[in-house]
Design a protein around this ligand. Structure first.
Ligand code: ATP
Length: 447
């Protein structure tokens, strides 16, 4: 059965509950730019922390880096972005809308949404023109050609230009990798689908440097498997993930092979790329060596060979992955014994923004004081939410909607025997746990 389209409901939930707001909303909004609210920033940070842990901290063959957004403009000539980071654009003279010429089948005609642009009798599409997606700015007070700079459209180039700095400082030997998380900017022609395609977004990229004379294709397979396992570890369902191999037409001329990890966003969006795992050969380092006239070769201390390494890149969007876990987690379901159903975000407890809701059953008999003290103790380890207002059912419902995996209720029995109720978000099962064991209980499940 195809997965339903939950995007509209998710946009509304994200705004209402403080995950994601439209940028500059009070001024009518900025085009396809979004701000992360209190819960969204925690969710995205948890994803980035998990990536950083898996890719950098838990390994001895990958080093971290945080390169600047602004770089020397020659970087983007060498990388091919100035000449070739373009999308073909068409305008419709009849309805004044603009589309990507290569994605017309994904777009709707504004006059007749059941048709694609160009299919409706009145459409007047222009010939495609190439549009460069890089945002241009100027460094310093003079706005002349000598001062042109670009907002980086990907983080990878910061890694390439620092390849030897990192290798020499960390004394890594090939094969090894460099990883970074950072903002990237693309002046997309047709952004949209919430945070799926935006003009400002975050990437988590890793470039793995390999001896070209070794079995380098094996590393592509290795990274495909590692990265797919990481997405599964976020709780993304098996049937919503697949590899898409780039066809000859899609493959960049320098790439040896390229695979995208796609996630099924449901509805008409369906399967879309969330990560690229690409074998880029020696293209990038070779071009930077040529354009900078600086040697970027690696010297193998054992064999005394000098060479430009091959690169396998893994490149995943932090925002797109955030959207994937939200779409994957969103459920509307019946609640046994209750007339109203519930909306529940079944986020993996380890990435959920709030780990536990803490509720005194009533606002008397020492329950609020007990609950408040417990909340303070737990907050030292992970985010929890204290809520003493309204019926208990409503309080549960509010936490379900933001994906809080556990709710702790302090009731009359707590005051006599020191146990409290732990309610599981997904199974709705409740069990009594001693209050002084709750930290241990939750830590085993949410960290
Ligand atoms: P697409 O075909 O969707 O434009 P791409 O192939 O240009 O993507 P890459 O350059 O491989 O994307 O970027 C790697 C990852 O960065 C993508 O898999 C995606 O998760 C993320 N990404 C790229 N462009 C955007 C964007 N405009 N908004 C949000 N995330 C993006």
């Amino acid at each position: 059965m195809p997965h339903p389209d939950v995007m509209e409901k998710l946009v509304s939930l994200c705004k209402r509950r403080g995950f994601i707001f439209q940028s500059s909303e009070i001024y009518g909004g900025a085009g396809s730019v979004w701000d992360y609210g209190p819960l969204g920033v925690e969710l995205k940070k948890n994803l980035k922390d998990r990536w950083w842990h898996a890719m950098v901290r838990a390994r001895d063959d990958i080093e971290g880096l945080d390169a600047a957004i602004l770089m020397h403009p020659r970087v983007w000539e060498a990388s091919g972005h100035v000449a070739g980071f373009t999308d073909p654009m068409v305008d419709c003279k009849a309805c004044k809308a603009r589309f990507r010429a290569d994605k017309l089948e994904d777009a709707q005609c504004p006059r007749k949404p059941s048709k694609h642009p160009g299919e409706h009798g009145d459409c007047q599409l222009t010939e495609p023109r190439l549009f460069n997606l890089m945002f241009k700015t100027h460094i310093g007070p003079m706005e002349d050609t000598a001062s042109v700079a670009y907002l980086r459209p990907e983080t990878a180039q910061g890694i390439y230009v620092n390849f030897l700095n990192v290798q020499q400082a960390s004394r890594q030997k090939v094969p090894f990798g460099i990883a970074q998380i950072g903002k990237a900017f693309r002046n997309e022609i047709t952004p949209g689908n919430f945070i799926f395609r935006t003009r400002e977004f975050e990437q988590m990229e890793m470039q793995f440097f390999i001896d070209p004379e070794s079995d380098h294709m094996q590393w592509l397979e290795y990274w495909k498997a590692q990265r797919m396992a990481w997405h599964r570890s976020l709780g993304l369902s098996e049937d919503r993930l697949l590899f898409h191999q780039h066809t000859d037409k899609e493959l960049a001329h320098y790439a040896r092979a390229a695979f995208d990890i796609q996630f099924d966003f449901g509805g008409t969006l369906g399967f879309q790329e969330i990560e690229g795992v690409h074998h880029r050969g020696d293209f990038d380092l070779g071009r930077h060596q040529e354009y900078s006239s600086k040697r970027l070769e690696y010297v193998d201390q054992v064999s005394n060979r000098r060479y430009i390494p091959f690169v396998v890149e893994t490149s995943v969007g932090a925002d797109r992955t955030t959207l994937a876990v939200l779409v994957n987690g969103y459920h509307e379901e019946e609640v046994p014994g209750e007339s109203e159903g519930r909306v529940v975000l079944k986020l993996d407890p380890r990435i959920a923004p709030v780990k536990a809701g803490i509720f005194p059953l009533v606002k008397k008999d020492g329950m609020p004081e007990f609950a408040d003290k417990l909340a303070k103790e737990l907050r030292a380890k992970f985010p929890v939410f204290y809520d003493e207002g309204g019926a208990i059912g409503r309080r549960y419902r509010r936490q379900d909607e933001v994906g809080t995996p556990f709710c702790l209720t302090i009731d009359g029995q707590t005051m006599s025997d020191g146990t409290l109720t732990v309610r599981d978000r997904d199974t709705l099962a409740q069990e009594r746990v001693a209050a002084d064991r709750v930290l241990e209980y939750l830590s085993a499940r949410v960290l």
